[in-house]
Each structure stands twice: as C-alpha cells, then as structure tokens.
Design a protein around this ligand. Structure first.
Ligand code: GDP
Ligand code: MG
Length: 161
C-alpha cells in the first residue's frame, strides 16, 4: 500500500463485527452489511459459522462472572452467526456508533440496535469496543488466510490519498 500517504496506517484499522443468531434468523444480514458498506468501510473478511462454546468463552471472557453469562452463551450458540472484519479509518469507534448502545432501549433510531431490536438479551450485532480488543477478537475468530488485503478502486472518494 505504498501509494497511500502517512494516514494510510489509520485507513487500515480493522474491527470484528458479527451478526448474532437473532440477526441471522431475522434476515438482517443484508441490511447490516449495507450500513457498513454505504458508510464507506471495506469488507476484508466474511464467514458464517456455528460458534463453539470454546470460542465464546474466550470472546466473552470478561463477562464470565455475570449473571446473564449462561443465557448469553445459549443465545450466541442458538444458531449461525455471520462474522466479518471491516476496515477503514477510525472503524472501531465509528462501528460502535453505527451499532448503538448495548441496551437497544438506549440506542437512538438510525443506529443498528436502535432500528432493529428492543432488548439487551437480543441485540442482533457484536462490534469490538477498542482497537486492542479488535485485534484480539479478529485473531480469535479468523485465520490470517481468511482476511483479504485488497484495494478498493474508489478510495479517493473516501480519503484524501
Ligand atoms: P457490547 O459490547 O455492546 O456487545 O456489550 P458488552 O460487551 O457489555 O456485552 C456483550 C453482550 O452481552 C451484549 O451485546 C449482550 O448480548 C449481552 N449482555 C450484556 N449485558 C447484558 C444483560 O444485562 N443482560 C443480558 N441478557 N445480556 C447482556
Ligand atoms: Mg463488548
């Protein structure tokens, strides 16, 4: 990516996004992907999977003492999940804003949770909450061979190169 200027490192920021089982069941995959595409972010990894308890216990390690943890595992393994890696400048923070508050009741209309769900126990989407967590989560969910480095032909419409 030598042709990008000194901002190119920021352009390559990545985050893990996952459409949770309720989002898949409710046929929201397309609309959720569209929110990230239309904003200008670039898709660099995508797969559908039945998540294992083992992966989830690592992914939600910080929540293992919470009272809702068993029901969270049950929810997240109740059906397939669509996992994605999105790339772009400030993508971690921007994704959290696109997704909205963990509790959909606090998520404004226009956000994914504010538009598509009601209750914290069925909040349709995951998004990494920091650059460090994004790196850990991407390494946990994806093999590096599953991530595609590619150049979008219209980068100039989104960035000053
Ligand atoms: P997120 O980063 O916005 O997804 O929120 P957290 O990292 O705090 O929690 C992870 C996930 O656990 C949330 O997205 C919810 O699916 C679930 N969760 C969090 N808090 C609660 C809760 O109080 N009750 C239930 N049932 N689920 C929760
Ligand atoms: Mg979180």
């Amino acid at each position: 990516y030598a042709r990008y200027n000194s901002n190119s490192a920021g352009i390559r920021e990545r985050t893990l996004i996952a459409v949770k089982p309720d989002g898949v069941q409710r046929r929201l995959i397309g609309q959720i992907i569209q929110r990230f595409e239309i904003r200008g972010f670039q898709l660099v990894g995508l797969k559908m999977l039945q998540v294992s308890d083992e992966l989830l216990s690592q992914h939600y390690m910080s929540l293992c003492k919470k009272s809702f943890y068993p029901s969270l595992l049950h929810y997240m393994t109740s059906g397939p999940v669509v996992a994605m890696v999105w790339e772009g400048n400030n993508v971690v923070r921007s994704s959290r804003m696109l997704v909205g508050n963990t509790n959909p009741a606090e998520a404004p209309p226009g956000t994914i949770r504010g538009d598509f769900c009601i209750h914290i126990s069925r909040n349709v989407i995951h998004a990494s909450d920091s650059i460090e967590m994004a790196q850990k989560e991407i390494a946990l969910w994806f093999q590096s061979s599953e991530l595609i480095e590619w150049e979008c032909c219209d980068h100039g419409n989104f960035y000053q190169l």
